[in-house]
Design a protein. Sequence first.
Length: 299
Amino acid sequence: MANAIELFKQYIPMLDEVYKMASLTSKLDGNPELVQQGANANELIIPMIEMDGLADYERNGGYVSGNVTLTNQTKKCNFDRGRKFTVDALDNIESAMLAFGRLASEFIRTKVVPELDAFRLSTYASTAGVSTGNGTITTGKQAVEALRAGLKKMDNDEVPYEDRHLYATPTIIGLIKDMDTTASKEVMEEFASVTKIPSSRLVTKIKQLNGKTTGEEKGGYKKADDAQDIDFEIIHRPALVQFGKRNVNKIFTPEQNQDSDGWIMVYRDVNIAEVYKNKLAGIYVHTPTAITPAEDQGE
């Protein structure tokens, strides 16, 4: 049994690559070398930095005391989802591994990635204290003006110019590109990346289906009833606490499976998506109408 789990875990790096290629928000991931596994499967230990600003230096008194503190904080992941896979009994474990690899890869591309993208973007957008703008956008000129307003807000809040990423609906991107003017090209050049993202993933709140109750058996997610559509979201990558991991932690052979003649693999995807409390200005969200922010979430 232990050997079977280890064999299947060899596919985890491949699943990570599938995620990186398919996810539209994977470019925002933090450096995995900075985090450690916590005591529990849904916990991560993340470094947090706090520091005071400069103070006066006096010839007699010397330096004024202050703090620059680096601490490791245990954070509970706010995205913890999973599914059980069943693969028909095959001649050997190697064949079962190949079948699982194909199944899991397709599952990540079509089910995991859309939900994770939507969860992250909605979480950042609804965090209390992030910058927002609102208004109807029906022309390219209005879209450019709205983007300029967001960039100006970040500039005035002293958000660094580099590593700002734009996520926008196909409609907004299309309006700007159709202008084909110097102004439209220049505004797009302000960003480290411009990502066109399906409108179903760009909302202020999602409902994650539990896979059990009536009407939610299929799992996945949908736009929450009280959610708003997002026109675009500007994200300064260093403002985020974004880490995740995928794992296959339970394997049942056909002999152990009492329900059917097949392999059972339990897949789990655990992530954290938050905004640092001292970097809220690094998020700017534009919606047709004003957003009602969620409770405080970041550190």
